[in-house]
Ligand binder design. Sequence first.
Ligand code: AAO
Length: 450
Amino acid sequence: MGVYFLLFTVGLCWAQYNPNTQPGRTSIVHLFEWRWADIALECERYLAPSGFGGVQISPPNENLVIADPSRPWWERYQPVSYKLCTRSGNETEFRDMVTRCNNVGVYVYADAVVNHMCGGNGGAGNHSACGSYFNAEKEDFPAVPYSAWDFNDAKCKSRSGDIEDYQDVPQVRNCRLVNLLDLALEKNYVRSKIAEYMNYLIDIGVAGFRIDAAKHMWPGDVKAILDELKDLNTKWFSAGAKPFIYQEVIDLGGEPITGSQYFGNGRVTEFKYGAKLGTVIRKWNGEKMAYLKNWGEGWGFVPSDRALVFVDNHDNQRGHGAGGASILTFWDARLYKMAVGFMLAHPYGFTRVMSSYRWPRYFENGADVNDWVGPPSNSDGSTKSVTINADTTCGNDWVCEHRWRQIRNMVVFRNVVDGQPFSNWWDNGSNQVAFGRGNRGFIVFNNDDW
Ligand code: AAO
């Protein structure tokens, strides 16, 4: 009895940190901007047989359709309602995707954009993805419904109403992130509308959530919403399973808001990971792979069981968000494979592989002027399907890093060595390193030019 009770309490405490992936499946992949129909196919034909544990999807709720620039990827981060209707697909297609992925043991993690609605200037020339009426100037979103009472304007103390100073905690959490209408999450009504949306996704069968812009919400407000969430759908998950939660908190040090403030709610995205690993693999600032011997908490990262890690994400692969120039992406394919290989071989954190599309990257004065370009699309604005070439790579400008042979094989490696200790480190004092994972795996890296 006593033992049962202990197990039960421990189980509850750890719930939201557990990715809910099937045993022996240790990574998820972000299929950025993919259509639901393509994700369903990819779960069945590739992700399940290759041992991927799950998929992070782009925000599934109705967004602002932006005309200028034309259909940027970031329009998906401007909610208009919680209807499941985007250029990735409608609700029928969403349900079909979740069912088919779940049925082959590959689970779905939704990107939850709940800190805000669309930009305050969201009217001019723009409409909503599924025709829901809204008026951004009046903060009127009848399809939820939210009205001006449900936003934070009165609480924000910055001059412009936007976040101007990341050293000012109330400002970061009460003001508008790049002019996005900031929801008043201390209101029970707003919390309940968000929980209702997330519970709708849970009922359909999702396994967890990336919480977008968590840094811009008070940890207690996030907790209040999470406390209203249901357990996962028992059609696919064991009774009492909680949604996996990972919160997007950019903490590179130097700001008063830290990742650790959010541990009570779930895991956090560890942005230092990709920034530092990129610096090491690029050999910038005198860094070398030999220094990776104490990679993980030894580098000042959050505890391993609180970390969601990645080499690049949809923001910093194109200069948004944070991490800077050191971030490695598919554009630097050789170094990128080494970085992703290291991440997947090393036991630290829960790993997310990025899967991107190619865009016409073009630098002017050090900045990519095409950082806004949306997914490969047809002339009517619809997203192109992901075609598969004879050699298993993807067509139509989908990069499909997760299908790169070295990356796919390292996803398998991580599954095989799951639970085994980091062991037998060797290095040459420079950029040749090797280590084992118990008696199950051993890996060698040579990033010296000899
Ligand atoms: C678009 C337009 C805006 C327009 C707005 C509304 O670009 O001009 O005002 O619409 O009409 C994405 C895009 C945005 C886009 C938005 C909505 O990236 O460009 O705005 O959709 O369509 C902060 C947040 C973080 C956020 C990141 C982009 O903390 O949450 O900015 N990421 C998520 C998503 C992202 C999305 C949103 C949130 C919004 O992943 O795709 O935006 O839903 C510092 C802070 C970070 C801060 C960065 C960037 O970082 O620490 O918290 O991230 O600045 O502002 C060094 C420092 C590092 C610092 C960095 C950059 O590295 O060490 O700490 O420099 O200064």
